[in-house]
Design a protein around this ligand. Structure first.
Ligand code: DGL
Length: 248
């Protein structure tokens, strides 16, 4: 069981963390397009072009699955990737929508969708959730969280101010979709900010839940082989991976 995990940069490591926790794969090949991050402010055609290049890159590895950890790519390029891929391709948006549906009983639950500009603009989460019958949706592009997480700011006054800036008019939601790879790293701060029992939908856990439902994983792999590739400065990616994944 060999999986390729694709993200625009380092954020997809939050998805790798979930895969490791559930020991689903024997080999994980991670590709971060660090030379061209962020994708979240780019247009649809550019995102699709980058995504197709990544499918070609992954063809070198005889993968069993590709997981698109990047919400922005999942929102725009999944169908195009599936057309040219030689293995199944799964994205975190579909999985996140289903996970949200499974964890909320009431269709009028207040769901706050957070993501990059591109993800929010695509309305991919809104369409998916509306399809499941959810009626009370708010969506907010919160791109400033991306550089904050990259700076390893997971709490404290700057983040607090950013929360106030984005959420001053938001009522505490029943659930928040962390619709960007970076946002799980500020989930504790988000919960504290809203001070309610808000459910947080995490892309990594959602994709694991999805795969476990779709497939029977007969074996678990405690120490999978991992390889990290990046379009720029792979050593920096490897260093961050060491740090982010160390408790897995
Ligand atoms: N990986 C992106 C996502 O999940 C966030 C960073 C970016 O804008 O490229 O949408």
């Amino acid at each position: 069981m060999k999986v390729g995990v694709y993200d625009s940069g380092i954020g997809g490591l939050s998805v790798v963390k979930s895969l490791l926790a559930h020991q689903l794969f024997q080999e994980i090949i991670y590709y971060g397009d660090t030379a061209r991050v962020p994708y979240g402010i780019k247009d649809k055609n550019t995102i699709i072009r980058y995504a197709l290049e990544t499918v070609e890159f992954f063809k070198n590895f005889e993968l069993d699955f590709i997981i698109v950890a990047c919400n922005t790519v999942s929102a725009y390029a999944l169908a195009e990737m599936r057309e040219i891929a030689t293995c199944p391709v799964y994205g975190v948006v579909e999985a996140g929508v289903l996970a949200c549906g499974n964890s909320l009983k009431k269709k009028d639950s207040n769901i706050l969708i957070l993501g990059t500009k591109a993800t929010i603009h695509s309305k991919a989460y809104e369409h998916g959730l509306a399809h499941l019958g959810f009626t009370n949706l708010q969506a907010k592009a919160t791109g400033l969280f991306v550089p904050l997480v990259e700076e390893e700011i997971y709490s404290g006054p700057i983040l607090e101010e950013t929360f106030k800036y984005y959420f001053k008019d938001s009522t505490p939601p029943d659930a928040i979709i962390l619709g960007c790879t970076h946002f799980p790293l500020i989930s504790d701060a988000l919960s504290q900010y809203f001070k309610t029992s808000t459910k947080l939908i995490h892309s990594g856990d959602a994709i694991v839940e999805y795969l476990e439902k779709e497939f029977t994983f007969k074996k678990r792999f405690k120490n999978p082989q991992m390889k990290f590739f990046a379009s720029e400065n792979p050593d920096a990616l490897k260093l961050i991976a060491k740090k982010w994944l160390k408790e897995s």
